[in-house]
Design a binder for this molecule. Structure first.
Ligand code: KG4
Ligand code: ZN
Length: 390
């Protein structure tokens, strides 16, 4: 079954053609990062206007690259939530219109569920083999149920037990900021580019590379600052707002030390003491080390809680989903947590962790094969959550 998928929930416009929920025929993404970087975050009004400008060229390119004619397409799917209402409306309307015009079945897709289904996508022939070797683990077959999924995106951080297709149980979620949101806000605090995740990862890698060059341990950068971790013991919930506040205080201190600083800033710094490593220099050069310590604090909590949940629910497999799943340190830390337990870990290639339409077309296949369809009256659902049974 060939599905044309369309994604427009936030600041990426995507179209893809995927066969049987797994095999990629084409995958096109138009990103607005350069535009929103000027504002330090996504401006919804700008995002929806940009969606409108990009959507038709992106769909046309996806069709052309797949070398499929409309006659070969079996269904059209588009994200209907969660996301920004104006952005969602563009892709959903185009998807419904194309399905109506071509007399094809239509299906609205839950963006979060699609992130999970990115784990079913195979490399097909568009994947870069170099990246695959270093960074991507492809499964021999499909992921096996029951599995535990850590969904970490710009707006969501959830631990979800997936017993079967469509059978989701929520084990824990963030009580305040999502992991991606924390990366984005802290990047802004540190004066790094939007989106925050990749720039914090890059800054942290820079700090680590400098230490390695001096024959010192990378751990020094990761532990340079003693940052708070909200363990919320006895739950699988997360909280990242305290960490964000600590970073704000530290960053104020870091900049203030370069200039004459008011006394109270000094007090705030001492609350989150620097561990006294020589690597942690004062002033703006601290930014990469701050980034490394912050990334470690987030990754620590995500990795340990994922391992605890995997043990309690006795899953054979853990999968990662959402933009933050692109984080190299997160992938490594979770792999370290799980390897003594012989629990398999898999995650999509980086470009399928962040927003894309291949995951939309992929998820659609599993719904369509169960005979599910949506009417053309389907509306956007900006606050949609995963369809939890419990
Ligand atoms: O899934 P996604 O593309 O969009 C949403 O559905 O929200 O996730 C976007 C989020 C952003 O917060 C971005 O900073 C984060 O994913 N992200 C990363 C990395 N790449 C993207 N976070 C940490 N490390 C990365 N390498
Ligand atoms: Zn997403």
């Amino acid at each position: 079954m060939l599905v044309l998928g369309i994604e427009s929930s936030c600041d990426e416009t995507g179209a893809a053609i995927v066969k049987d929920g797994r095999w990629l025929l084409s995958n096109v993404v138009a990103s607005q990062i350069d535009i929103h970087n000027r504002y330090g975050g996504v401006v919804p009004e700008v995002a929806s206007r940009q969606q409108l400008a990009s959507v038709l060229p992106v769909v046309e390119t996806a069709l052309a690259q797949s070398r499929c004619s409309w006659n070969e397409i079996d269904a059209v799917a588009a994200t209907y939530g969660p996301g920004l209402a104006g952005s969602l409306l563009v892709g959903l309307t185009v998807g419904k219109t194309l399905a109506l015009a071509r007399n094809l079945p239509f299906l609205g897709i839950n963006h979060l569920e699609a992130h999970i289904y990115a784990n079913w996508l195979r490399n097909g022939d568009v994947e870069d083999t170099a990246t695959q070797k270093t960074d991507v683990r492809f499964l021999e077959g499909d992921p096996t149920f029951p599995l535990l999924c850590l969904v970490v995106s710009g707006a969501h951080s959830e631990l979800v037990l997936v017993r079967d297709h469509g059978d989701y149980e929520l084990l824990g979620r963030t009580r305040d900021d999502a992991a991606g949101e924390a990366f984005d806000k802290v990047a802004r605090i540190l004066g790094l580019d939007y989106p925050g995740g990749p720039s914090i990862q890059k800054a942290a890698q820079q700090a680590e590379a400098e230490l390695l060059q001096q024959n010192r341990s990378v751990t020094q950068a990761r532990t340079a600052y003693r940052l708070p971790r909200a363990w919320l013991r006895g739950t699988y919930d997360f909280s990242f707002s305290g960490l964000k506040t600590a970073m704000l205080h530290l960053a104020e201190g870091a900049t203030a030390e370069a200039q004459p600083s008011p006394e109270d800033v000094g007090k705030q710094i001492s609350q989150y003491t620097r561990m006294g490593t020589e690597a942690a220099q004062k002033g703006p050069t601290d930014i990469p080390i701050l980034a490394a310590s912050f990334q470690e604090a987030i990754v620590d909590v995500l990795a340990v809680k994922t391992r605890l949940a995997a043990q309690e629910y006795n899953v054979k497999q853990v999968v990662l989903a959402g933009g933050v799943a692109a984080n190299a340190r997160l992938r490594k830390r979770i792999a370290q947590e799980l390897s003594p337990l012989h629990i398999q870990l898999s995650y999509p290639p980086i470009e399928f962790c962040t927003d894309n339409a291949a995951m939309i077309a992929g998820a659609a296949f599993f719904h369509l094969s169960r005979g599910e369809r949506h009417g053309f009256d389907l509306d956007v659902a900006p606050g949609l959550s995963l369809p939890f049974k419990k």
